[in-house]
Design a protein around this ligand. Sequence first.
Ligand code: GAR
Length: 223
Amino acid sequence: MTAAPITIAVLASGRGSNLQALLDAIASGALDARIAGVFSDKPTCGAIAIARAHGLHAVAIRPRECTDRAAHDEALFSEIAAVQPDLIVCAGYMRIIGAAALRRFEGRMINIHPSLLPRYPGLDTHARALAAGDAEHGASVHAVIPELDAGPLLAQVRIPVLAGDDAETLSRRLLPREHALLVATARLFAQRRVQLHAGHALLDGHRLPAPLQLDAANHLIGA
Ligand code: GAR
């Protein structure tokens, strides 16, 4: 008997290209999963529009509709709990998630971040990599913990910084690599090969000594 596809809840605040990459991978058969819902703090964002266009369950709650940060988390994450996701993917969700919401979904939440963590947590990652004179830049997928962009690293993709790059060209070149990274990492969850713990990630029951690296053929080396 084959296992049912995993269910994924996507949290997003922006244009939704990572959500679209997951949907494309599911449609092509490259990812055996089902998107159970898309959740946002921004009702007019691209990700919510994409969700609606695909007939997906879409829920957006503005922070100002809630009394405080904790109440917003509680409202949004109660909506997420209702779809019983196996995995929550933060794909450009630009709010800090409080500890109570994280505890509720411990071990089930990942984030894609546009830098080679632990370098450049937070915002403006492309400009900061350029300002530091880095020869390479990239993106990371990690488990979400209360400290911002600091959870155990699962996988990364690297791109060279080219002469003449600015933040715009660098982010434009990185984005399709981010999409491939997110799909490849989600596939490991779909295959039920990953377990997330507070301080580390397990692949096939073994602690990952270092984040997996995506190669040019979109395979995670060593996975
Ligand atoms: C992506 O580049 C993602 O890595 C970044 O937001 C963008 C969302 O794009 N996430 C963060 O900066 C999280 N700290 P998308 O809406 O097109 O998927």
